[in-house]
Design a protein around this ligand. Structure first.
Ligand code: GDP
Length: 448
């Protein structure tokens, strides 16, 4: 439910827990009145206080001090939400910040829903939906390339491309609609061919754009790398080498890693989710059995699998079938004598030693280059929702091309093209319904 913008909303914008400082955010047409009601001695905050800082006390209803705060005032529309906004920077205690929110509610504010500040910024035209979603991508970025892509997105990376496509589709729609006004004339074959060519070209550009989804997903969520192999070959040791610290339990008792362990690593600025799995063998008990089932599932779902084996043992046959083309065979313990059967192994494999560190650097470079080759830097990101919209837009455009080819009425062609426009507009937010907006902003953090 979209709440009334008449209401002034309040929330703690910083994470829960104790810290040096916390920020309480207040936004809406009564923000200044509500803040003034709670602030101690000093001149009131008003329209002349745009982007000023004031050191003030915040008082309870009996005039007792709750905390000393820095009051930052943003006069609408020059604020994030586009409304008058007052931010109170208080001491970073959970109770004190919650007490300030309570005090502001007593004075007339309402506690904000998750993502409601961003939703207001969107509703007030301060940002479009791709930029709103990029805020969360900035918050969750773990590496330099993820952050760069999210920042480009905030600067309109995807919006500009989507708007350009929309303009091109609108241009064709205008031509089609112009024809509808003269129904007595048949469409000349040249006109139909021009429309067809223009629409097909847009559809191809949409596909090129959608091809960035895979890279975006890897930048947003991280590339999943599963370390899989028989027990005791050094899978946990390999994970620990990657992480640079002991995260998994390393021991020489087969079957120690019973569950999957997941960690994010930063490889040359790209995010990789490293998944250390239970060794795959005939499980000794039910817990281990569950671990093995999870390992197999992880292997199927991972972007890339490091099939890990030991140099002093025979190549593990159980992995010959499941190995995919993009997976990497890693032969650990190359400090030990190599089992002769590796000489005739049909796939290429990379020798490493977790003990000495040999080959680990090569393995990391191989991984990085396999997933993020020398393509130019991504200047925008495409999330699942945006990708769906791009696909829908293409489907409508392709349908319109078929209609043109069949010589169907221009009215019908125009309907399909209009639907394509709606799909592309939903990326920036134009044609989205309330429920969808709520579900998008509802996934944001409180105070955001
Ligand atoms: P996992 O069961 O596959 O996760 O294997 P672990 O990482 O727990 O390692 C099993 C045993 O192999 C431990 O005793 C490790 O110290 C040993 N190990 C791991 N890597 C190497 C290596 O490169 N060389 C040698 N010689 N031993 C290793």
């Amino acid at each position: 439910m979209v709440e009334s913008q008449e209401e002034t909303i309040v929330a703690v914008a910083t994470p829960r827990g104790e810290g040096a400082l916390a920020i309480v955010r207040l936004s809406g047409c009564h923000a200044m009145r509500i803040a003034n009601e709670c602030l101690g001695r000093g001149s009131p905050v008003d329209a002349n206080c745009d982007r000023t800082l004031l050191l003030r006390d915040i008082l309870d209803q009996d005039g007792e001090r709750i905390d000393q705060v820095i009051v930052t005032t943003f006069v609408g529309p020059r604020s994030f939400t586009g409304e008058d906004t007052v931010e109170l920077t208080c001491h970073g205690g959970e109770y004190v910040s919650a007490r300030i929110v309570e005090r502001l509610v007593e004075a007339g504010a309402r506690v904000a829903n998750a993502g409601e500040f961003s939703e207001r910024a969107f509703t007030n035209g301060k940002i479009d939906l791709t930029q709103a979603e990029a805020i969360m991508q900035v918050v969750s970025a773990r590496t330099v390339h993820s952050l760069r892509a999210a920042n480009s997105q905030m600067n309109g990376g995807l919006r500009k491309r989507v708007q350009a496509l929309r303009e091109r589709i609108l241009h064709i729609l205008a031509q089609i609609e112009a024809r509808i006004d003269f129904p007595e004339e048949d469409i000349e074959p040249e006109t139909a061919a021009t429309w067809e060519a223009s629409i097909t070209s847009i559809s191809e550009d949409l596909q090129t754009l959608a091809a960035h989804r895979e890279r975006s997903r890897m930048l947003i969520d991280g590339v999943s790398v599963a370390i899989v192999g028989p027990p005791n070959v050094g899978k946990s040791s390999l994970a620990n080498r990657f992480l640079g610290f002991n995260r998994s339990i390393v021991s020489d008792i087969p079957g120690t890693t019973r569950d999957t362990v997941e960690e994010m690593i930063d490889l040359d600025g790209f995010p990789f989710r490293l998944i250390d799995t239970a060794g795959i063998r005939n499980p000794a008990d039910d817990i281990e059995k569950e671990g093995v089932i999870r390992s197999r599932r992880t292997m199927e779902e991972a972007d890339i699998v490091l099939i890990t084996a030991a140099a002093d043992q025979a190549p593990p046959e159980e992995f010959f079938q499941t190995c995919r083309k993009k997976d990497i065979w890693v032969v650990n313990k190359c400090d030990l004598e190599l089992d002769a059967r590796w000489h005739s192994f049909p796939s290429s494999w990379l020798p490493v030693s977790c003990k000495t560190g040999a080959g680990i650097g090569e393995l990391l470079s191989l991984l990085r280059n396999k997933l993020f080759s020398s393509e130019p830097e991504t200047r925008f990101l495409i999330n699942m929702r945006q990708n769906d919209a791009l696909q829908r837009c293409r489907e409508h455009l392709n349908a319109s091309v078929q209609m043109i080819q069949k010589g169907l009425d221009e009215e019908l062609v125009a309907i399909a093209v209009r639907e394509a426009i709606q799909a592309v507009e939903s990326i920036t937010g134009g044609a989205l319904d309330e429920d969808l907006l709520n579900s998008i902003f509802g996934s944001f953090c409180l105070g955001k």
